[in-house]
Ligand binder design. Sequence first.
Ligand SMILES: [Zn+2]
Length: 211
Amino acid sequence: MADFKAHLVGGVVVGSVFSAISLISFGLNIVQSFAIFTMGLLGGILPDLDSDSGKPLALISGSVSVLIPALLLSKINTISAINSTSPEFLISYFTLCYLIINYVICELIKKMTKHRGIMHSIPFSFFSAEMVYLLFSSSGKQIATMAALTIFFGCLIHLILDELNAFYFKFGFIPILNKSSGTALKLYSQDLWANFFMFCLVCGATIIIVA
Ligand SMILES: [Zn+2]
């Protein structure tokens, strides 16, 4: 399996290519292109969310614990009468979100997932792309499509890098597969329930997108 640094580099390459295409060919602005770049970076490490080292999970949960509450803040403004710009609200809100994401959701992910399970697969990459499409859809179809493609290819490069690392050369020239071969780039895991759950998530997200 490729190391964390190699996956970060893979994510940076995918993010850079797609943000450059967005900027030059599709006329997205600098901020939009940078958002596309971060999707590549995220895709590069996302399949290892359940890795035993905990590094990808720590990095993603750190970013998500700021990003998700910030994105939800405008929704809270529209549905509640609370003064969501007051310092007391912002301190309580961001602290609570940080604690829930880092100490409840992360612990659940660690307990419920097995490394190289369904999160390390093509369907999970596809589901991530669908989620990103929905997240960006309020900014327009073009940026949503580019962001979805970027995270999908970021994840795919991660899976390919791991698969390429699943063999070694005996005597310097005979390629020998090790036991992790075939566990990185896959369409399903050994866990039937996890496959069924992922299939439902992909179908549900597809229905929401096309509806
Ligand atoms: Zn991996």
